[in-house]
Design a protein around this ligand. Structure first.
Ligand code: PLP
Length: 393
């Protein structure tokens, strides 16, 4: 099993069959488990074995299958499945931090991640320093002897800046800090974050792992010690566990994720190449383009794959961006990403609305910026849709 390639692991890894030997993974939609005797119940609360469960908030066979399969793909010893991507980010950070600790994080973060860092952690005496994640000198200047963790999105939302995992990990490890990477935009398919130095990887499974817009979920990946010793006690007692039904959706999502994400990335590259330099655009951002400022890093870190999201910056500002969005006939206006359906988002007025104007400007979230998550539709239809929408803008 250890020498299976990713595609095989994604179909078979972690499978646990019941006494019925079902082909498709069973959904164990149960909150609890019956003990044969009082002695067995007592023993299980002292120490439960690999195939022994107590309560769904602590663990469940369907959830365990998902955890094992995604851990095999990511190359970590273990994983803990969570109710959402934010439960994963919160669980990874809060379970390990304590008052007096220092955290360094990249500034270009998903809004809810910023909320955890800026509004929650500091209330409990954790000091947070934000840096420009692409500037290694800022990381070097920010880490200290008491830095317990560094945190960043390996590819930022929505402007698709790429952060050098190996270089930041070297800087963090020199002071003994744990490297926590939110890897959503890099995707589990193209990620090699653990080999590159990350200690902990988190995903919102809501994105590419489900990939069909059905359920919220998340996962924290790391060493067995970290997952079972640090994360599990925090998550199981605070209620952020994944439901068995969600785990089944995510488990089945993993069977097809490699095919889906590769197809989406291929379409994203074609779209980026076709519209690069278009007269209606001030900028066309896609990490897989040779012209992307960090394309060298994309080659090293992601095997040249730029992911499944592109960003268009319309020269005509917000009015042009709205005309563009309203003219789309195939892609939908929404705010998820990694979905089978192409999804267009106007970050400045939706996902990043809360940010002050100066911060939006600093992060490159201009009034004309549209994030476009490339779906599984025929790429010719998508190009035609985008061509028409750009004309209308
Ligand atoms: C969506 C997202 C999250 C949050 O995930 P939810 O499943 O919505 O809770 C965190 N980080 C990144 C980079 C995301 O894209």
């Amino acid at each position: 099993m250890s020498d299976w390639k990713a595609r095989t692991t994604l179909v078979h890894g972690g499978t646990r069959r019941s006494q019925y030997n079902e082909v498709s993974e069973a959904i164990f939609l149960t909150q609890g488990f019956v003990y044969e005797t009082a002695e067995q119940a007592e023993a299980r609360f002292i120490q439960s074995g690999d195939d022994e469960f107590i309560y769904a908030r602590y663990g469940n066979p369907t959830v365990a299958m998902f955890e094992e399969r995604i851990a095999l793909l990511e190359g970590t010893e273990d994983a803990f499945a969570t109710a959402s991507g934010m439960a994963a980010v919160n669980g990874a950070l809060v379970s390990m931090l304590k008052a007096g600790d220092h955290v360094v994080a990249a500034r270009a973060l998903f809004g809810s991640c910023l909320y955890i860092l800026e509004d929650i952690l500091c209330r409990f005496g954790v000091e947070v320093t934000l840096v420009d994640g692409t500037d290694l000198d800022q990381w070097r200047a920010a880490v200290r002897g008491d830095t317990a963790a560094v945190f960043f999105e390996s590819m930022s939302n929505p402007t698709l800046e790429v952060i050098d995992i190996a270089a930041v990990a070297d800087i963090a490890h020199a002071v003994g800090a744990t490297v926590v990477v939110d890897n959503v935009f890099s995707t589990p398919v193209f990620s090699d974050a653990i080999a590159q130095g990350a200690d902990v990887v988190v995903y919102s499974a809501t994105k590419h792992i489900d990939g069909q817009g059905r359920a919220l979920g998340g996962v924290i990946l790391g060493t067995r010690d970290f997952i079972r010793g640090t994360v599990e006690p925090y998550m199981k007692h605070t209620g952020g566990s994944m439901s068995p039904f969600t785990a089944w959706i995510m488990l089945k999502g993993l069977e097809t994720i490699d095919l889906r994400v590769r197809a989406q990335a291929e379409s994203a590259l074609k779209i980026a190449q076709d519209f690069e330099g278009h007269e209606k655009l001030a900028r066309m951002i896609y990490p897989g383009l040779k012209a992307h400022a960090q394309n060298d890093l994309v080659q090293r870190q992601l095997g040249g794959k730029g992911g499944t999201v592109v960003a268009f910056d319309l020269a005509g500002g917000q009015a042009a961006a709205f005309r563009f969005l309203n003219a789309l006939e195939v892609a939908v206006i929404s705010n998820n990403l990694g979905d089978a359906k192409s999804i267009a988002t106007h970050p400045a007025t939706t996902t990043h609305q809360r940010l002050p104007e100066a911060q939006k400007a600093a992060l490159g979230i201009t009034p004309g910026l549209v994030r476009f998550s490339v779906g599984l539709e025929d790429v010719g239809d998508l190009v035609a849709d985008l061509t028409r929408a750009l004309e209308a803008s």
